[in-house]
Design a protein around this ligand. Sequence first.
Ligand SMILES: Cc1cc2nc3c(=O)[nH]c(=O)nc-3n(C[C@H](O)[C@H](O)[C@H](O)COP(=O)(O)O)c2cc1C
Length: 163
Amino acid sequence: MTTIATAPNAATLRQVWGHFATGVAVITAHNGAEPLGFTCQSVVSVSLDPPYLSFCPAKTSTSWPQLRKVGAICVNILAHQQGDLCRQFAVSGADKFADVEWGRADNGAPAIAGALAHIEAVVEFEHDAGDHTIVLARITDLSADENGRPLLFYKGRFGEFAG
Ligand SMILES: Cc1cc2nc3c(=O)[nH]c(=O)nc-3n(C[C@H](O)[C@H](O)[C@H](O)COP(=O)(O)O)c2cc1C
């Protein structure tokens, strides 16, 4: 095994990982009293059979402990015009759903209007991972807007797919 002499610092990790362009999602749930959600970039497809997705909430997230209690979540994959909404859902303690149009997905979680795709899932596993948690959730239903375009995140900025 190769030993890394000096652990990379957070600034270097952020700077280099910024080169990995991704889509962005808002992960939501409804606890019966209020809608909950947070912006999340670390969403990936994990397994087709059974259908699993994964994402990594930070341990500092105040939304995740509430979302995990509900268990039924919706991964709202954002469309190119939803950059402001993406930032709104990244501010801890803010009224994240202010001026946001949403309805209930079949599993009760908020489905944000205009999103490129909605993926409903139920949280099955969590694994401790440093300052984050790796979550594995089983997909129960999903749909996408074939005519929409994605919101992309690269080097700390939003962009659009040109193709
Ligand atoms: C583009 C973008 C991507 C983000 N991706 C993640 C992520 O993968 N995991 C995470 O925990 N937070 C991520 N965040 C930050 C959270 O959205 C933010 O810390 C959270 O909304 C704080 O609110 P809370 O205390 O209600 O959880 C991201 C923020 C932005 C703007």
